[in-house]
Design a protein around this ligand. Structure first.
Ligand SMILES: [Zn+2]
Length: 413
């Protein structure tokens, strides 16, 4: 039984819980590199201000007590991993924590059918295979048959036994290759080739993932729930794209709450050419509070757009799609410009096709919330997203300036 299994054994952990499972959770967070207030550093020495009785710097949190500080640490971990940042340690968070403690070389990796090894070491391995052109896949952090095939190809090219088992010799080979090969080029070429093939076809498929849903409202502010806003936007976008012959698949209805993994699996299953994940943002301190009276006056507002990227690699076509989405949204909505970024978050990492996550406005901003409550504004957002998808599949010599591509109006209703 792994430590994460131990943490989860009696259901989810949340604020107010106490006991050895909470101590084990602190340990998992520390190993995952999360700063946990009040917990001893690995090696035994306490941080400055830690009392001998194990209280935190504020003197309030025992090591085996799940208090506010620990909840903040859990949220920070969840946010960094693209998980629902609710501060509750359920199955997904526990699984991510379990995977986060492994560094490449810590253990021997191999393909075990029916029981796939997962963790950050597998992600690191897949990153390197991807940058070497030995993996034609995004990194899902699971050691499956495609990862094994990539490892075997690496081993053959190094003249070692192609057993697909990543032990010290294979890790050494990867480290030597890292120094001699620039990252990202091979996967960028394959990305571009895939898009070029899609351009030559008609009948593109777009997987739209309106985030959250079901029991998870997402961000809240000014009477709006993120889950409702993005589902409505997704349906408006579906109408526009369908009218122009592009098939749209939504990852959920109002009552479902698909994970990023579910959305990525669906994108594979329907042969999606691109993936759009729709979110609205909110100031983190008020996440979970629906009471507008508690919202601080804040300048945080605007639109930010993300494509997949890490320290060693990035999706070139994803970045191109993100640029188109971002510019069209700015031109058609007037939302403030929070720029485009790369982000190694789940839905972007797990999908194999160009994927974009767009955060359309802050529900905690009075200005953004007022706009997002307006159906006409939502139509303009949907138009912007539809125009970006169209432009993505146009040849360079057919492209049109930002904000000018006419988009077929959706049937009203
Ligand atoms: Zn969200």
């Amino acid at each position: 039984m792994s430590q994460a299994d131990h943490v989860l054994r009696r259901g989810a952990l949340r604020r107010g819980d106490s006991g050895p499972r909470v101590s084990a959770l602190r340990d998992l967070l520390l190993r995952a590199g999360v700063d946990v207030p009040g917990a001893p550093r690995p090696g035994g020495a306490g941080p400055d201000g830690t009392g001998p009785d194990g209280t935190g710097p504020d003197g309030t949190e025992e090591l085996d007590t799940f208090g506010t500080a620990l909840e903040q640490a859990v949220r920070a971990f969840q946010q960094a991993r693209g998980l629902r940042a609710d501060g509750v340690v359920g199955r997904q968070t526990s699984r991510a924590l379990d995977g986060a403690r492994w560094r490449l070389g810590d253990r021997v990796l191999r393909y075990v059918p029916g029981h796939l090894l997962h963790g950050d070491d597998v992600v690191a391995l897949q990153s390197r295979l991807l940058s070497l052109g030995l993996l034609d896949d995004r990194r899902d952090g699971r050691y499956g048959p495609r990862t094994e095939a990539g490892v075997q190809e690496l081993q053959r090219s190094c003249g070692t036994a192609a057993d697909g088992v990543v032990g010290p010799a294979t890790v050494d080979a990867l480290r030597r290759l890292d120094r001699s090969v620039g990252g990202g080029d091979a996967s960028a070429l394959r990305d571009a080739e895939r898009t070029a093939q899609a351009r030559r076809r008609t009948g593109h498929v777009v997987l739209v993932h309106p985030a959250h849903g079901g029991d998870d409202p997402g961000a809240l502010g000014h009477g709006l729930r993120e889950a409702d806003v993005v589902l409505d936007l997704a349906q408006r976008l579906e109408g526009r794209l369908a009218a122009s012959g592009t098939a749209v698949v939504l990852s959920r209805g109002a009552t479902q709450e698909p994970s990023a993994e579910d959305a990525a699996d669906l994108a594979d299953a329907v042969g999606a050419d691109v993936v759009l994940a729709l979110h609205c943002d909110a100031l983190t301190p008020v996440r979970g509070s629906a009471d507008p009276a508690r919202l601080p006056a804040s300048p945080a507002r605007g639109v930010a757009t993300f494509s997949w990227g890490s320290a060693t690699s990035r999706s070139v076509e994803g970045a191109r799609l993100a640029g188109l989405v971002h510019r069209e949204v700015l031109a058609r909505t007037g939302l403030a410009d929070l720029r485009t970024h790369t982000w190694d978050t789940d839905v972007l990492r797990l999908t194999r096709m160009p994927a974009v996550r767009v955060e359309l406005g802050y529900l905690t901003s009075p200005e953004d919330a007022a706009e997002l409550a307006d159906p006409a504004f939502r139509d303009r957002c949907a138009e912007a997203l539809a125009a970006a998808v169209h432009r993505f599949f146009l040849e360079a010599d057919q492209d049109v300036p930002t904000g000018l591509l006419p988009v077929v109006a959706a049937p009203s209703g």
